[in-house]
Structures are given as C-alpha cells and as structure tokens.
Ligand binder design. Sequence first.
Ligand SMILES: [Fe+2]
Length: 392
Amino acid sequence: MPERIETMSFAEDDNPVVVLSGSGAIAETYRLLGELGASRAMIVSGQNVGVLPVVRDLATSTPSGLEIEAFDRVEPDPSDVTCEVGGTAARDFGAQAIIGIGGGSSMDAAKAIAAEAVTRGWTKAQAHPGEPTQIDFDPLPVILAPTTAGTASEVTPFSVVTYADGKRKLVLSHPKLYARYALLDPEMLLTCSERVRVAAGMDALTHAVESCVSKQGTDRTRRRALQAIALIVPHLPRVVADENDIEAQRQLQLGAMIAGLAFSHSRLGIVHAMALPLSALFQVPHGVANAILLSYGMRFNVMSDIAGFAAIAAAMGVDTSEMPPEQAAMAAVDAVEDISRIVGAPRHMSEVGVTKDAIAQMAEDAMPSAHIACNPRHIEEQDLIELYNLAF
Ligand SMILES: [Fe+2]
C-alpha cells in the first residue's frame, strides 16, 4: 500500500515549485503531465538512471493519448553541447514537457533542454561568466524527480552547465528555470552508491551552511537553512549506513530540498565558488568537491559571522548554551569535520586527482562566480590560492 503523497507549495518562500513527497510520488507523473496539458513529453536522464525499470516503465506504460520519449545521454557535469543535442531531440519529438530524472546533472540539463527546445542555441548564448542569464521566452514546463538527496535542483532556478570550449562551469540562473513540479520519492534514492550518497549529502549540508551565512540571506532563508541543517545532520549518517532506511532517506531528501528553498534566494559562498573549477578541470563530482572544501571555507569565514556559525552549531545538535559566542561558532566547524569523518568523505584535493600546478588557474576561474559576492568575508584571489593549498 503506497503511503500518502504529501503536496507542498512554498509561496511564502517565494518559490513557485509544487513539491510532492512520499514513496511512490514518481507515479504521479502522468497525472501532472495531464495538468500541464502535455500529450508528448521527453524524459531527460543519464544512462544509469535511464535503464532503471521504474524509468523505463514510465516511458513505455503510458496511458493512451500520452507519448513519452527518453533522452538518456546526460553525462556528469553536462556540457552545453549535450543541452543543445537534447533540445534538438525534444523539438524533433514535439515535446510539450520535460521530465528530468536523476542527480543534479540530469535535472540541470533538463532545465536547459527545456529552454533549448524552444530557442535553439540558447545554452551557448549564455556563456558569459559573471553576466546575468537571459531568457525572454517560456521554456517547456519541467517536472523533476531527484535520485540523490543533495543538489536541490528540483526547487532552484539554477542550471549548472559546463562549456566544452573553455572547460568552465557556469551557474545559469533565472526564474524561468524553475521546474513546475518536484517529485520527492525516497524510493528513487535507493539506486545510489554509498559514494554518491555521501557526496550528495555533503553537498546539501554545504548549501545549508553557506546559505545560512550568505550576505544575501534574509531571516526567512536563514530559518530555512537552519531547518535544513537540523534534518540533514542526523539523517545523513543513517542513510550512509543503511540505504534501505526509507524514513531517513525521506527526511534527508526533505532537508536537501529545504536547503534549496533557502539558497535559491540567498545564493551560496566561497565553498561553491571554489568547487566549480575542481569539477570543470578535474571532473571531481560536485558533492565531493564541496565535501573536501567545506570545513576550510567555514574556517575562513567563521569570525565574519559569529552568530550565524553559532546558530549552525546549535542546529547540528551541539549544546552551545554554556559557550562564549566565538567558541560556539568554532564548534560548527568541528561538527562539520566530525560528520565528514563519520560518513567517510574525502578530505583533500590530492585524494581525488587534483594537481597542485592548477591551483592558480582554479583561483582565477573561481573569482567571477556570483557566490563570491555573497560570502560573509571579503575574498581576494590570493585567499583562494591559500585555501586551495590548505585543502590540497
Ligand atoms: Fe551544490
């Protein structure tokens, strides 16, 4: 008997995505396509997800009057070329909606493909670091179903695209990139390897921490970020220890999504800015890059927002009631190092194939990121070089 699917909307968070949460939520896809008035839709995924029985069935067991095509060629860190090819496939098929299923890469690609399907060449035209994303048309409506609890792409207006020419990862951001529906089905998380569960969970924790102390944060985004931390921290070790702990998967998935509600508006900070070049130049998975860099970024920032970091420590379950503020703030860094150790996350860039001679280039590439301006402490390129060296 499937559990009840809970439908949530977050107008008070200024977020337009309708979220359906619960085991079996993926089965709502046909009904939602009906609500969107779509009789032809394209699934966007990577190859591993594309062969899952639940995803195959979605494409082949359609009710009459509905046709679904599958595009399963999204690679990790999707390129502008993949988005263009996917957009052409959607246009040729006559897709009226896009269903993105997978981790951040597939969901981000789904958003770009929904735009590319309407305006060919849109993705390539956004290749301008530091400049706002332009969309003066309506992309196809998008339904997203995450298979990892991390990225929160299902509720954010962001699409991270790797531009093949310059090996540069850019965060495209526009309100028209929000999905219409997000399907949080914890059963969809059961396909992840332990390595992916750790990386995704550490990405979610990084979102919540960076959002909480972002200069662009508000009381509302900070409340959401702390709520996310309180959900992620106890449930991530449970999910890493036992992937079949569905209740922990559901809570972690909610925590990751709630962090997305926060950082959709607050943006992030130094850790995400520094993580982008690790993926673009060395194909380090996004969550792994964040897991390595998070405690270094926190240590750099901690005295710039003592109250913010003290609140993070408390949300992580540290008893800060008897601590002076600076000690409470530092306790957040220690608690992140503890959880990182507990879940077995990598701690150094040298463990994941990054070479020292690239540090100057990585620092240069990280500086134009919009996350830099949101960081609680002012950042110079030299700071990034020093932090990369510490994290090496
Ligand atoms: Fe992230």
